[in-house]
Design a protein around this ligand. Structure first.
Ligand code: GNR
Ligand code: NI
Length: 170
């Protein structure tokens, strides 16, 4: 088991597009295990491989109250989105301390491989729907702050760069 370092916005590597996983093998299962450990340690409700500088389509999610319902998504796709939307106050482990509202589809249907390489489908709403859409954006190189106004994005960049400099001191 290993904790993986999480990239921080505005790191340009957060904008790389992840490639599909070719075979779900022990290398992928080890990555999944390390990502889950990193997510629970953070703590967060989701983590995309992009955030740990691995540019393959792998996501872990656990939105359960007791952190005991891990979902492993490999090559996930959203195959249906509701027209109805919901607004949710989002945060991101790659954008620490920043929270803002994002509007997304209220309900989605997801097709994915699990850690055994089996195809699965599930429906999501509420926080799970938010989280799946947030993680799939990461795999496409998109961070939630890109939905905010350019003014807000610049303020966030300035604030996080300053935090980074302060963290290097002392
Ligand atoms: O831990 C997380 N919480 C969260 C809250 C609202 C909307 C999305 C998220 S995902 C985030 C973890 C993360 O950064 N995943 O990429
Ligand atoms: Ni995130």
């Amino acid at each position: 088991m290993a904790l993986l370092p999480i990239l921080r916005y505005p790191d340009p590597r957060l904008h790389k597009v992840a490639k599909p996983v070719q075979v779900v093998d022990d290398r992928i299962r080890t990555l999944v295990r390390d990502m889950a450990e990193t997510m629970y340690d953070a703590p967060g409700v989701g983590l995309a491989a992009t955030q740990v500088d691995v540019h393959e389509r792998v996501v872990v999610i656990d939105v359960s109250e007791d952190s005991n319902d891990l979902r492993v998504l490999i090559n996930p796709e959203i195959i249906w989105k509701s027209e109805e939307t919901q607004v949710y106050e989002e945060g991101c482990l790659s954008v620490p301390g920043i929270y803002d509202e994002v509007q997304r589809a209220a309900r989605i249907r997801v097709r994915t491989l699990d850690e055994q390489g089996e195809t699965r489908e599930f429906d999501a709403e509420g926080l799970l729907a938010v989280c799946v859409q947030h993680e799939l954006d990461h795999l496409m190189g998109k961070v939630f702050v890109e939905y905010l106004s350019p003014l807000k994005q610049n303020r966030i960049k300035t604030r996080l760069r300053k935090q980074e400099r302060e963290a290097l001191k002392v």
